[in-house]
Structures are given as structure tokens and as C-alpha cells.
Design a protein around this ligand. Structure first.
Ligand SMILES: *Cc1c(COP(=O)(O)O)cnc(C)c1O
Length: 404
């Protein structure tokens, strides 16, 4: 079992007071807090080895390059990629998805189909719509049921030899549903389609094995797994990354430049134009180490308890309805209280030191499905406690009384 108080001591922000009350941070689905080791890794880079990478022969440049490439290897090991050059640094999930959709612009033809799930974040919908506009490809939606689970029988029916890409999140940010991605990947491959998995909400809770999943692309953001903002990863199978044209042109991504023709650098540099977020990339490696030290078994155990306790306690509130009741779900509880706007609850409980997300969670199609404008979302991390859930429940009850 985790020693939660010891874990909490790793996160300086958790001792803060907000509006004069101890902070209860339940907005981990939007971004997680950072442990001191990650904050230190950023400072250490600037204090001791700041230099541009892959360029200079001088010592600092070598040290910075080594640290950055070591971080890439850590991430490779963490997600079990076959090669380090299949791990591309990005600024986040959004960047990773756009790099892939941009690459497919030269591959797709009018009438080709892209399957997207009904559970997606806007950043895994809009780039595909833009790709459809550019290529004449058609977007089809894999529907869900009222528990917030994708309907596999419908997915099977949508697949055909026209399907070129399937894109789905590993875990839904709005509802917490864990999707059957292994099944979906295998099925897509039977018709020759490529699969992108949006792992933004999965990596804080589990350790993905990209070779076992056999996905073609896996994307995530660093800031949702205790790493810095402005960092992320696009994993792609070597053969796909070789096939897709680069996303951006610039320094670092070339082999040879003349005004007649430019040839591109080898992977991973082909997709890493310009000076990257060096400090962030290094600190992301530190975050991955930190999460592994805590241990994903421990993380899952703690979050499962929080999810069960939170669900039970919140349901004691009259008129409270939970959206997202999938059998397989992570520690996210999206809810509403009859007759009260989510924003009003969020504002009142903020005054009591409690941070939750209110609104559509960048997933308007899900809100439309449930015919609501938004929800209150409490998303728990391994450093949260049952006492904090008690504070949330008490605060929501108080807000309800005030607004009734
Ligand atoms: C947060 C999130 C994104 C977008 O991530 P950014 O870090 O904002 O690029 C995409 N998909 C899901 C499921 C998310 O939770």
C-alpha cells in the first residue's frame, strides 16, 4: 500500500491554501500536479547544462543532448517501443495528433473512411475533420451506449475495406471509460486500417505496451502524468513514420538543404524541427521515473478505492446523477445535480478550496448525447485521499443548499 502522506509530501503545491482553505485538487484530468523531482529537473537543466542539442561539439551541448536522448530511451522503455527513434517528442497530445493527420493528407483519397469514436476529445475530432476537408475522406462515428461504452457490434459493422484510419482514446477524459482498444486495433488491422490511440488520459493510470497493443500511433501529453506542460510524445511504428511526410520544416529535421531540393533527416529528427522544449523533455523522463517508482499497481489500487468511495459518497446527495457508468472506468466522476448549473456548483466549491472542472470538457458531442450542456468533473490522482472526497461531498451539499 502507498503511504499517501509521504507521497503528498513530494508535491509542494498540495500544502497550499486556496481561498483560505486547504487545497483539494480534483482536476487531475485537466493536468496533474508536479512532484519536486520534476520541478528540480527543470531548474537543474537551466542551472547546469543549458545549451542547444544535437548541434555543438562543446561539452554543455553534449551533456544536454545526452540528457534529452536518455529521456527518450526512458520513455521508449516505459511504453515498450521497439526503437527509441519511434518515440518523437511533441508539445502534447494535440501536436501529436496533428502531426499524424497532416501526414495522412498525402495518403488518403476521396471516399476513404476514418472512424472516430463518439467519446473523443475535440483534439481527436477536429484535426480529422480538417483532414477530411483536405482530402475528401469521410468521417464516421463509432457510437456509444448510455453507460458511455462504445458499441463494439456497431464498430464491427462500420469497418470495411474503405476504412483507412481508426482513432480512439484509450480512456475517455469526460467519462473515464476504458475502451477495448486491443480488440479495436486487431479488428482495424484485419481490414488494413491504421490505428491511432489517444493515450492522454491513460498514461496517468496505466503503463501502455505499444508492441502488445500493436497500435500504429500512440499519443500523450507530459503534463497529465506529473510532467511539465508543453511536452508530449508521439509514438509511431517505424514503417509508418518513414511513410508519412514531416509535419514541419526547419532546422534539425534535414539531411541536406539546397534551394533546389531538401532531403529529410532520419527518424526521430525528421519530425522534430526546430529547437525543442529541452528542459521539458528531460523533466518528462524524470516524471516517468517518478511514476514508476510510485508503481502503477499502487496507483491503480489507490485510484480504484477513491473511485469506489467517491461514487458511493456522491450518490448520497439527493438529485445527483453520474454520467459515465462503464464497467471499465478510471477515477473520473462526471456528475450533475438536478436543477442546478454545473458552473454554479463549481464556483461555490472553489470558494471552499476545491478544484473541479465544470463544462463540456472539450467533448461537446458527449454532452449532446446526454442532452446536457456540461457536467462537474472530479478526477482523482493517486495523491488524493478519502478525506478530500469527504470535503467535496460536504461542499457540494452546502452549494446545493445555497442554490436550492
Ligand atoms: C487532454 C486531452 C487531450 C489534449 O491534450 P493537450 O495536452 O491539451 O494537447 C486530448 N485527448 C484527451 C483524451 C485528453 O484528455
Amino acid at each position: 500500500m502507498l503511504d499517501i502522506q509521504k507521497i503528498r509530501a513530494d508535491f509542494p503545491i498540495l500544502t497550499q491554501k486556496v481561498n483560505g482553505k486547504p487545497l483539494v485538487y480534483f482536476d487531475n484530468g485537466a493536468t496533474t500536479q508536479k512532484p519536486q523531482v520534476v520541478i528540480d529537473a527543470i531548474a537543474k537543466y537551466y542551472q547546469e547544462i543549458n545549451a542547444n542539442i544535437h548541434r555543438g561539439v562543446h561539452t554543455l551541448s553534449q551533456l544536454a543532448t545526452d540528457a534529452y536522448e536518455e529521456s527518450r530511451k526512458k520513455i521508449q522503455n516505459h511504453i515498450n517501443a521497439k526503437f527509441a527513434h519511434e518515440v518523437l517528442f511533441t508539445s502534447g497530445t494535440t501536436h501529436g495528433i496533428n502531426a499524424v493527420t497532416n501526414g495522412f493528407a498525402s495518403i488518403l483519397k476521396p471516399g476513404d473512411e476514418i472512424l472516430v469514436s463518439a467519446l473523443e476529445h475535440h483534439s481527436n475530432i477536429v484535426p480529422w475533420q480538417m483532414l477530411c476537408e483536405r482530402t475528401g475522406a469521410i468521417l464516421r462515428v463509432i457510437p456509444m451506449n448510455t453507460d458511455g461504452e462504445l458499441i463494439m457490434a456497431e464498430y464491427d459493422k462500420l469497418l470495411s475495406d474503405k476504412t483507412k484510419v481508426v482513432t480512439v482514446n484509450h480512456i475517455s477524459n469526460a467519462l473515464g471509460t476504458i475502451n477495448p482498444v486491443k480488440y479495436m486495433i486487431d479488428k482495424a488491422h484485419e481490414v488494413g486500417a491504421a490505428v491511432l490511440i489517444d493515450g492522454a488520459q491513460a498514461v496517468p493510470h496505466l503503463k501502455p505496451d505499444v508492441q502488445e497493443l500493436d497500435c500504429d500511433f500512440y499519443v500523450f501529453s507530459g503534463h497529465k502524468l506529473c510532467g511539465p506542460t508543453g511536452t508530449g510524445v508521439l509514438y509511431g511504428k517505424e514503417e509508418w513514420l518513414n511513410k508519412l511526410p514531416p509535419y514541419q520544416g526547419g532546422g534539425e529535421m534535414i539531411k541536406e538543404v539546397t534551394f533546389e531540393k531538401t532531403t529529410y533527416a532520419e527518424l526521430p529528427h525528421k519530425f522534430e524541427a526546430g529547437t525543442p522544449n529541452i528542459a521539458g523533455g528531460i523533466a518528462l523522463g524524470t516524471a516517468v521515473d517518478y511514476m514508476n517508482e510510485v508503481g502503477f499497481d499502487n496507483i491503480q489500487q489507490q485510484e480504484k478505492e477513491l473511485l469506489e468511495y467517491g461514487t458511493q459518497q456522491l450518490l448520497t446527495i439527493e438529485g445527483l446523477k453520474i454520467y459515465g457508468t462503464a464497467k471499465e472506468k478510471t477515477s473520473v466522476i462526471s456528475f450533475n445535480i438536478e436543477g442546478i448549473h454545473p458552473y454554479d456548483i463549481g464556483t461555490i466549491i472553489d470558494k471552499l478550496g476545491i478544484a473541479v472542472r465544470t463544462g463540456h470538457h472539450c467533448a461537446q458531442p458527449i454532452m449532446n448525447f446526454f442532452e446536457i450542456t456540461g457536467t462537474i468533473r472530479a478526477s482523482f490522482a493517486f495523491y488524493n485521499t478519502k478525506e478530500e472526497i469527504d470535503s467535496l461531498v460536504a461542499a457540494v451539499k452546502r452549494a446545493q443548499n445555497m442554490l436550492a
